[in-house]
Design a protein around this ligand. Structure first.
Ligand code: GDP
Ligand code: MG
Length: 437
């Protein structure tokens, strides 16, 4: 029956007015979960979602789609910002330019040294030399030779020399003699942070004064990665971070935590064991990856165009001033109808699915409502209080409905208006709640 349809239409509208706070909270819960799943440190995740919430609520929008989209945009922008905004290059200005690797054993230093040599040779036209300073395991030196061969880059090593500082210095001399303009120094790591390792790498750094000290860390080590980064940074004051083993669906939340904790840019990521599995680190892409959103973000952005933000702002002003009328109501219905396809998109966003399910977007639900409103004069729409019983009779017959249905619409419209107004003003809401204490 038409009254059922009216009920549903109003439910949609009411749900619509309510959605801001509910969805912000719900979506952010999901965002926080996604961050924790992606190994972001709990404190960082909490601070982050609090910031997003503050920003989102400051936007003060009323409709469901716009807050959802805004929320995603704010979330993504904040994440991107947190991870440094733009990509940060490594310094290769020296001649030769020296890069020193640091990090725990197994983090991927030797592999990354090869990848970086390959990258600098192919993409930057450099002539690199790899230097083997891991003096503790002969196999480590052999490994660097294998890697060097794979990428066609010369490797300097000296199995007789047990002092890594000396090998590093010899390597640089060797590069100068050979006319090589990049020196990549691979070092020994330990399984855990210890003083001896820290002293050794610090000594190398002091002796050769490299243009760039990179800290290499396995992104799968999660929270430990953050503590390791802290320890290395306090000792070495490194210039950048390399996140390795970010292949497959490793989410890389460590990127966020490390950036936040040591405040150094992430410069590269390793995405596989092969020599070409290196990517320059782009904060925005990592933000997408951490949120697991992929294309959804661009889909939502496209959908955003469908809802006119300016209109929402005006509508909200009207609601606050209690000037919301049937004209606006009609407009609102048109907007909601346009969102039919948006609903599907929104369902893909973490946390939005459930909220959207309760929003029954159904063109049919509005038919009776639209007919009644269309039968009103403009004056009546703008000033609903004009609608007396003789006007109601005319509207009913004009719209093919009954006086009861017209009454019902007006009554529900008024209730909705009251509710919308209350919700647009949080102070009122609090006041109302305090009355019940
Ligand atoms: P090091 O001890 O720091 O020199 O670490 P290695 O370079 O020897 O790497 C340790 C292991 O991690 C090796 O088996 C590498 O093949 C592997 N590895 C390094 N980087 C990556 C990466 O980006 N992705 C994957 N899947 N494996 C990697
Ligand atoms: Mg190694």
């Amino acid at each position: 029956s038409i009254s059922d349809k009216l009920d549903r239409a109003f439910k949609v509208l009411k749900g619509h007015g309510q959605i801001t706070e509910v969805n912000v909270a719900e979506t952010l819960k999901e965002v926080r979960r996604a961050l924790l799943d992606a190994d972001v440190n709990f404190k960082v995740a909490k601070t982050f979602t609090d910031t997003v919430k503050e920003k989102a609520l400051g936007q003060n929008v009323l409709t469901s789609v716009t807050p959802g989209q805004l929320l995603i945009k704010i979330t993504k922008d904040e994440l991107t910002k947190l991870m440094g905004g733009d990509a940060t290059d490594i310094n290769i200005s020296g001649n030769p330019s020296v890069v020193l690797m640091s990090g725990l054993q197994g983090s991927g230093k030797t592999t990354f040294s090869g990848k970086l040599a390959n990258f600098l040779k192919k993409k930057k036209g450099k002539k690199p030399l790899l230097v083997a300073c891991d003096v503790y395991r002969p196999a480590a030196i052999d490994q660097l030779h294998v890697v060097g061969e794979q990428v066609g880059v010369e490797v300097y090593s000296n199995k007789e020399q047990k002092d890594p500082v000396k090998i590093a210095q010899e390597g640089i001399e060797f590069a100068k003699k050979q006319g090589l303009n990049m020196v990549i120094i691979d070092t020994a790591g330990r399984l855990a942070v210890d003083e001896k390792m820290m002293n050794e790498i610090a000594e190398i750094k002091n002796a050769i004064n490299p243009q760039e000290v990179l800290f290499v860390v396995d992104s799968m080590t999660g929270q430990d990665a953050v503590n390791t980064a802290k320890a290395f940074n306090s000792r070495l004051n490194f210039d950048g971070v390399v996140l390795t083993k970010l292949d497959g669906d490793t989410r890389g939340g460590a990127a966020l935590s490390i950036r936040k904790v040591v405040d150094k840019p992430i410069k590269f990521i390793g995405t596989g064991e092969k020599m070409d599995a290196l990517d320059v680190f782009y904060p925005e892409r990592m933000a997408d990856r951490i949120l697991g959103m992929g294309d959804v973000v661009s889909l939502v952005e496209r959908a955003q165009e469908q809802y006119d933000a300016e209109k929402v702002r005006k509508l909200q002003k009207k609601i606050a001033k209690n000037q919301f009328n049937f004209e606006d109501f009609m407009d609102h219905i048109q907007q909601i109808k346009k969102m039919g396809s948006v609903k599907d998109l929104m369902g893909m966003i973490p946390g939005m699915g459930k909220a959207m399910k309760n929003m029954d977007i159904d063109d049919d639900a509005f038919k009776g409502v639209e007919a009644i409103i269309q039968s009103m004069t403009v004056q009546e729409r703008v000033q609903p209080e004009l609608i007396n019983s003789s006007r109601k009779k005319r509207i009913a017959s004009g719209s093919g409905t009954t006086i009861q249905e017209v009454n019902r619409l007006i009554k529900q419209f008024e209730e909705t208006r009251k509710m919308m107004r209350m919700m647009s003003n949080k102070k009122n809401m609090m006041g109302m709640m305090n009355q019940f204490k």
